[in-house]
Design a protein around this ligand. Structure first.
Ligand code: GDP
Ligand code: ZN
Length: 317
């Protein structure tokens, strides 16, 4: 039942003056290299040719006049680090779903780093615990709720059966445009397939390609969900990970420190380590932040500082 309004007519059945001929304001819903597909406000869609290095990405709002496409200012930008440098993978996203599962278990610090990167980019993070049919899932959900419950929405789901989808779909339907990140094997493709039945991704496809060392042409796409909301699928992004976070971003956005607020520290650039008048250290003393979470923060801070130092030494930043 999707695409019912793709005949170029508005809700009242009249041809919308602005997009009837594939003109006016719209959003890029697919990037095909030499062209992008634009979905116009009234529901029509068509491809518009672009220059190779024009920098447009899925999610960009644009105006089209004739064959001329003009990009409108972005609200948010989501980036990833790739071998060739830093790539922009999507524009104007609102939320980022960090997908985890009992198996494969998330590496230490993955959720915290992803939350920090999302917030630093202006996106609200949320957690999806997939494979809730597996043993150990209940315990994992309880643990994650205890740590992240006050920082972000958490959705236990089973992509295999669709269990738990209602709440996730409701969340995305609140006018949200999102994307998923997580390590290979947690079920991101399965989730996208189940949520957007028309996209038909190959589950486990990435492994196949890796095994054969093959390269494929990947197409980033934006999908409208049946009940509202949108998901961006950017092949390759989900597993390569986000751009490195900075120590400053970590100190500002670490999940669990929100209520301190870190803004109450005496020093505006406080790293919550040994600085006098640190609001976070105060919360640890009071027991409002557990010693374990604080240790985790300090471990990640030490790692981030070391990689910043390494980058400086190499003259990268
Ligand atoms: P991705 O690498 O994150 O995109 O993960 P895939 O979607 O390719 O899934 C990896 C594996 O997990 C596949 O074998 C899926 O069939 C399986 N899988 C996905 N969702 C579930 C689930 O809810 N329960 C179980 N038991 N397995 C799942
Ligand atoms: Zn502090």
């Amino acid at each position: 039942m999707k695409n019912v309004r793709n005949n170029g007519t508005g809700p009242d059945g009249k041809r919308a003056a602005t997009d009837g001929e594939g003109q006016g304001e719209g959003v890029i819903v697919a990037h095909l290299g030499v062209a992008v597909e634009v979905l116009f406000a009234g529901g029509g869609r068509r491809q518009v040719r672009i220059k190779r290095r024009s920098g447009h990405v899925v999610g960009d709002r644009v105006t089209v006049a004739g064959e001329v496409l003009t990009r409108l200012p972005r609200k948010t930008e989501l980036r990833r680090r790739a071998a060739a440098g830093i790539h922009l993978v999507g524009a104007n996203l609102d939320v980022l779903g960090v997908v985890v599962a009992p198996l494969p278990a998330p590496p230490a610090g993955l959720i915290d780093r992803a939350f920090v990167a999302a917030r630093a980019a202006g996106l609200q993070p949320f957690l999806v615990v997939n494979k809730c049919d597996l043993e150990g899932a209940d315990g994992m959900v309880a643990e994650l709720r205890a740590v992240y419950g006050r920082s972000a929405p958490l959705f236990p789901v089973c992509a295999a059966t669709g269990r738990g989808f209602e709440l996730l779909e409701e969340f995305l339907a609140r006018g949200h445009r999102g994307a998923f990140v997580g390590i290979t094997g947690v079920g991101k493709s399965s989730l996208l397939n189940a949520l957007c039945p028309e996209i038909d991704l190959r589950v486990g496809a990435l492994n196949d390609f890796n095994d054969r060392g093959r390269h494929t042409t990947t197409v980033a796409t934006l999908h409208t969900l049946a009940d509202g909301g949108e998901l961006i699928d950017t092949p390759g992004f989900q597993d390569f990970g986000l751009v490195d976070i900075t120590a400053r971003q970590l100190a500002l956005h670490f999940p669990g420190f929100e209520e301190t607020g870190a803004a109450d520290c005496r020093f505006r650039d406080c790293r919550h380590r040994t600085e006098p008048g640190c609001a976070v250290a105060g919360m640890v003393t009071k027991g409002a932040i557990t010693a374990e979470r604080y240790e985790t923060y300090l471990d990640i801070l030490t790692e981030v500082e070391a990689s910043e130092e390494e980058n400086r030494r190499r003259g990268w930043k």
